[in-house]
Structures are given as C-alpha cells and as structure tokens.
Design a protein around this ligand. Structure first.
Ligand code: SF4
Ligand code: SF4
Length: 156
C-alpha cells in the first residue's frame, strides 16, 4: 500500500467524520413518537370518519356514490330502508353495512368529494397498523367514531 493511498483513506475518514459532526449538533429530524406529537397539515388525509347530524342521526344515506368512485374498490356499502322503529338517518335509506378496506385505500379523497351529504370525511388519524389484514377492514362501528390522533395540526 503506497503512502498516497494511506493519505487518501485518511482524508476520506476525515470527510466522513466532518459530516457526522455537522449533523451531531443540528436539531434531529426524527420524532420520538408517541412521546412526541406528530406535526400534520390540515389537509393531511388519514382514516375516514362518518359524520352525524347534530341530532345524532347518521348523515350517510347509503347511496353508494363513494364506493362507485373509489379507484381502489376499497369501499363496500349496502343500503336498507329506515323504519319508524329503527331510524338511523333522516332520509328513507341508510347504510346498513359500510366498510372500508385499508389494505386497498390509497387516501386519494375521491370518496369524500363524491359524497352528496358530507357524511364522509378523511380525518387526521394515521395510526392504522393492525395485527391482521382482517382488522384493516373497518366497519361503521369504527368509522362513526371520531378519532383523536396524536398530532399537532399546523397552519395550512
Ligand atoms: S380515499 Fe380514495 S382509495 Fe380510499 S376509499 Fe376513498 S376513494 Fe377509495
Ligand atoms: S358516505 Fe356519502 S357517498 Fe358514501 S354511501 Fe354514504 S352518503 Fe353515499
């Protein structure tokens, strides 16, 4: 090994150490989640939330437009008629079955835009990891629950 190669190697090590030292004293980009909250912009698209009217009735009327427009075929809706004894929405029909498959959803937001009643909103919940694929198919009982994500919402 020539002295030139040794000096070159030493120079490369010094360069690498300089990069390490430069970043050693700067503020880290990583976030200590969940000890530290994640910073999100208002337009961040997380888990869907089905909305209710102020009187508690569901805004979803089971029209299926969200399912029809979904490019990933992630939504499944089955409508049924409200009765006087069992009323879920203010109109004739409601979504008897409403499911979103999060193994397919690409969070494009088309479903939210297509919904004529404003029932479907993409919220800020991002903690969607589940132990099994089956748990990633979420039904009405989950989607009707407003989530409280561990996040700070920034200015847009
Ligand atoms: S966000 Fe896009 S992919 Fe996900 S359910 Fe809605 S339309 Fe389908
Ligand atoms: S969420 Fe909106 S678009 Fe989808 S079925 Fe309900 S009312 Fe129709």
């Amino acid at each position: 090994m020539s002295i030139v190669n040794v000096l070159k190697g030493f120079y490369e090590i010094l360069k690498a150490m300089a990069v390490t030292l430069k970043y050693f004293f700067t503020k880290p980009l990583t976030v200590q989640y969940p000890k530290e909250k994640i910073r999100l912009y208002p337009r961040f698209r997380g888990r869907h939330e089905l909305q209710r009217r102020p009187d508690g009735l569901e805004l979803c009327v089971g029209c299926g437009l969200c399912a029809a427009i979904c490019p990933a075929r992630a939504i499944y809706v089955e409508a049924a008629e409200n009765t006087d004894d069992a009323r879920y929405s203010a109109t004739e029909r409601y979504a008897r079955l409403y499911e979103i498959n999060y193994t397919r959803c690409i969070f494009c937001g088309f479903c939210e835009e297509a919904c004529p009643t404003g029932a479907l909103k993409l919220g800020h919940e991002f903690a969607l990891a589940r132990a099994s694929r089956g748990d990633l198919v979420m039904g009405k009982e989950t989607l009707l629950q407003p989530a409280t994500p561990h996040a700070i919402i920034l200015e847009d």
